[in-house]
Design a protein around this ligand. Structure first.
Ligand code: CMC
Length: 428
């Protein structure tokens, strides 16, 4: 017999089905509760609300587990590639060699963007934040491929939109950077793999030869894998909710990019570096900054610490911390802010405030240090996160569409004025 929860309100009781996941997670299904009782559930920030059933990513925040389609993040980060992980997330299985080659070739075929997109780019002032430029260029694809607006198009056509966005996002990301620094853009080089092509478009200058350093390309590939999906976080929920209105894939991804931008989400990686630099300029006294983070009258938070879901450790942060050591050593970079970061972590992990609230370093704490060592400027860190998260957003949008999920539309408890009569302006 399937499990049920019983809710008692006054002298009435309601049976609510319990839904179980593959890993025995359990959720009370309240979909019919309002119809039967007039009651809604209230949970600001959706701290304890499941919005969907999903077969893409499993995350156990208490045990520090993260798996894409059943494969451990540690295994994928060590042995896979970002393109293979993208295929896995989007289509559900690891590709055969033939499927992988076909997927890579399809992506390479679509890396170029319409020349008119350069005109759009040129309309942005130099110094524009690359996240704003990126989301605008992604939305502009709806104008170049208007057929993508048709919610009833065939699965093949949807797949073409998927390939196009995967192929063009590195071009847009590199061009957003070129715009920021006021340099001419580079066109894609399809002899290179996904990350090397991106790095060349970003860093090559007209008058100089540019050879991609494999240490840098491999480190970036690993970082993108670690960011590729994270179930129903703020930006992914945004992608799903925008897509639930049958908005196009490009419009939904563009919304996800904007949701990612904030410092409490993907913007935290830039905020961490700014914070570490401030601590360094201030003399490196980590205890002083810890005290600020704990002071409720001070708005300062320790960026890169804490997570809505992880209450033990963030498995991505463990991998990234080790990768930061490896990359800095391989590139011969000695970055004093790595020592400040490690010092802060040590103090925090032994501090009652952080221990009681289960605040641990998250994925953004060390990723910025690697990006910095790779020569990527701070404003571009969140763009890197968006590049990594793209296959996750696509997979979640596709799943939502294939499951015919209803339009996302939460309820509220109204706390404003009761009904009152309008008074014309001269009588007020
Ligand atoms: N520094 C100091 N105190 C903190 C921090 C922090 N980084 N994070 C949480 N707290 C405190 C918070 O003040 C609260 O204390 P109290 O119970 O006394 O009021 C308690 O811990 C719980 O915090 P919360 O804000 O209710 O937790 P949340 O689940 O709503 O927020 C978070 C999660 C990630 C937004 C938050 O931990 C935070 O702001 N961290 C810093 C920003 C950051 O690193 N974000 C990246 C997240 S990982 C990448 C991603 O997926 O986007």
């Amino acid at each position: 017999m399937s499990k049920k929860a019983e809710l008692k309100v006054g002298d009435k009781s309601y049976d609510l089905p319990i839904i179980e996941g593959t890993e025995n997670e359990q959720g009370i299904d309240i979909a019919k509760l309002r119809g039967e009782s007039g009651l809604i559930t209230l949970d600001p920030g959706f701290k304890n609300t499941g919005s969907t059933k999903s077969a893409i990513t499993f995350l156990d925040g208490e045990k520090g587990i993260l798996r894409y389609r059943g494969y451990a993040i540690e295994d994928l980060a060590e042995n896979s590639t970002f393109i293979e992980v993208s295929y896995l997330l989007i289509y559900g299985e690891l590709p055969t060699p033939e499927q992988l080659t076909k997927f890579e070739n399809e992506i390479k075929f679509h890396t170029l963007v319409h020349e008119d997109i350069k005109t759009i780019l040129e309309g942005f002032p130099s110094n524009s934040h690359p996240m704003g430029v990126l989301s605008s260029l992604v939305t502009s694809l709806t104008a170049f491929y208007p057929e993508s607006l048709d919610p009833n198009r065939s699965a093949d056509k949807v797949n073409l939109s998927i390939i196009r966005i995967l192929a063009k996002m590195p071009t847009f990301a590199a061009w957003a950077y070129k715009n920021e620094v006021g340099h001419p853009v580079n066109y894609p080089d399809n002899n290179l793999n996904y990350c090397s092509n991106f790095l060349k478009m970003m860093f090559a200058l007209p008058a100089e030869d540019y050879e991609v350093d494999p240490v840098i390309a491999n480190a970036l590939d690993k970082l993108l894998i670690l960011h590729a999906d994270h179930e129903q976080n703020c930006s992914t929920s945004t992608v799903r909710i925008v897509g639930s209105s049958q908005a196009s894939l490009y419009a939904s991804i563009s919304a996800g990019i904007n949701a990612l931008w904030g410092p409490l989400h993907g913007g935290a990686n830039s905020a961490v570096i700014n914070m570490l630099e401030n601590i360094q300029k201030d003399g490196g006294d980590t205890k002083k900054w810890m005290a600020k983070a704990k002071d409720k009258d001070d708005p300062f938070r320790l960026m890169g610490f804490g997570h809505r879901v992880y209450k033990n450790f963030d498995p991505r942060a463990k991998i990234i911390k080790k990768a930061a050591d490896d990359v800095l050593q391989k590139l011969g970079v000695n970055d004093p802010i790595l020592d400040i970061a490690k010092g802060l972590e040590e103090v925090a992990l032994n501090d009652d405030y952080f221990v009681e609230r289960k605040l641990y370093p998250n994925v953004d704490f060390y990723s910025g240090i690697i990006y910095r060592a790779l020569g990527i400027p701070v404003d571009m860190f969140t763009v890197m996160f968006a590049l990594g998260r793209l296959p996750g957003w696509i997979a979640q949008w596709k799943e939502m569409r294939e499951n015919h999920e209803p339009i996302g539309r939460p309820r509220q408890i109204y706390t404003g004025q009761g009904e009152r009569k309008y008074v014309s302006v001269n009588d007020r």
